[in-house]
Write a protein that binds this ligand. Structure first.
Ligand code: DAV
Length: 372
């Protein structure tokens, strides 16, 4: 996989902060409630089990969905006004049930969160093997984009299609594992990874296993080092409400989930203030900490949710220009600006930003008389 600087390539992005030139913004069009599976338990807000079990495969509440879709459209417009080219996935039907020989799903989900499904590493688009059965066909909404990028020279690297049979689930109470998934086959959501040039940081989670991290490690090859970090999040699903690198040496972090790691010794760590979402706001998928799921447009500029006044103040104090965008209706569906996007082009090449231990010294061959 080539991560060397591929300037002028149709796909080229090595970090989360280099100047953004082209981006995919997801769509909630035709979104339906996911089909419940037990492995969701640890990661979903209380109440979601009941709603998903009852409404899996049925459309989301239409008025809320409409307002969220308008927010996504305005976000796309704002990005365009900041000089970024925006592309959108195809609006697909997500309501049709589907099955494999081993299981059935009452429907799909949406194409709102490309960050979960796809990852750009240099000039390569990686397709994740996601562990939620209802997301099995989600990539179809992005297929025309991916094919077009491929035809323009990008590399296209889909992970092995997972089987998602019952062997992948840690049945409740029957195992000592802290995770809902086993090591049956490689699975991961791309949102459990963050790109720092020559380094990618990963977290284990209820959707990402060690097998999946190892698959990605070998697939990106020797130019990129994939390192798993420890976080304090028993409900882990996606690293992008735990760390948000915004510029070389500056990272926004969740004050409790983030654990300091030698990788970041030279970085300024900015603690995110508490989210400002009103209580009782419908949140079907995630916690209000998606407040820190911001999108960096370049090392000086960050898109932030307009109601997050404390965060805007914190980032402004740290030298950033904040671009406020209303997004609270989108929050309800599981993510914010980072989740709902996929960086396709960020200008610039790869670089070394994280600390790494000095390489072990090669033993030098001593010359002795016997050597000749
Ligand atoms: O705080 O519930 C949200 C991550 C979204 N990708 C949370 C994690």
């Amino acid at each position: 996989m080539s991560t060397k600087s591929a300037i002028n390539a149709a796909v080229n992005s090595h970090t989360e902060w280099d100047p953004l030139e082209e981006v995919v913004v997801g769509t909630l069009a035709n979104g339906v409630f996911p089909t419940w599976q037990e492995s969701m338990t640890e990661t979903m807000p209380t109440g979601s089990r009941e709603i998903f079990q009852k409404s899996g495969g049925n459309p989301f509440p239409q008025e809320h969905l409409k307002r969220a879709e308008e927010e996504l459209d305005r976000f796309a417009e704002t990005l365009r006004s900041e000089g970024v080219k925006v592309v959108r996935p195809d609006p697909l039907d997500h309501q049709t049930p589907f099955s494999t020989p081993a299981w059935k799903s009452d429907g799909g989900l949406y194409a709102a969160m490309p960050r979960d499904l796809l990852m750009v590493v240099g000039d390569t688009i990686i397709e994740s093997p996601m562990s939620w059965r209802c997301r099995y066909h989600e990539v179809d909404a992005y297929r025309s984009l991916i094919k077009a990028y491929f035809l323009q020279g990008a590399r296209w690297c889909p992970a092995p299609k997972p089987q998602l049979t019952d062997n992948l689930w840690n049945a409740n109470g029957e195992s000592n594992s802290e995770w809902a998934i086993t090591e049956f086959e490689p699975v991961f959501d791309a949102a459990d990874f963050m790109r720092f040039g020559q380094d990618i940081v990963a977290q284990r989670s209820h959707v990402t296993n060690a097998f999946g991290i190892e698959w990605l490690r070998r697939s990106v090859g020797p130019d990129v080092t994939v390192t798993e970090i420890d976080v304090n999040d028993p409900h882990a699903m996606h690293i992008d409400a735990t760390i948000a690198p915004l510029a070389p040496g500056k990272m926004l972090v969740h004050p409790e989930r983030f654990k300091m790691n030698p990788l970041f010794v030279e970085w300024d760590i900015i603690e995110a203030p508490r989210p400002m979402l009103p209580t009782h706001w419908p949140m079907y998928f995630c916690s209000p900490w998606v407040s820190m799921n911001v999108l960096s447009l370049n090392p000086e500029t960050v898109v932030v949710e307009s109601h997050e006044k404390s965060l805007i103040e914190t980032l402004t104090k740290n030298g950033f220009r904040c671009v406020p965008v209303d997004f609270q209706h989108v929050y309800s569906f599981g993510g914010s600006f980072h989740c709902t996007t996929l960086d396709v082009v960020r200008s610039g090449g790869s670089g070394k930003y994280l600390w790494s231990p000095p390489a072990p010294r090669k033993p030098t061959r001593r010359k002795t008389a016997l050597a000749d």
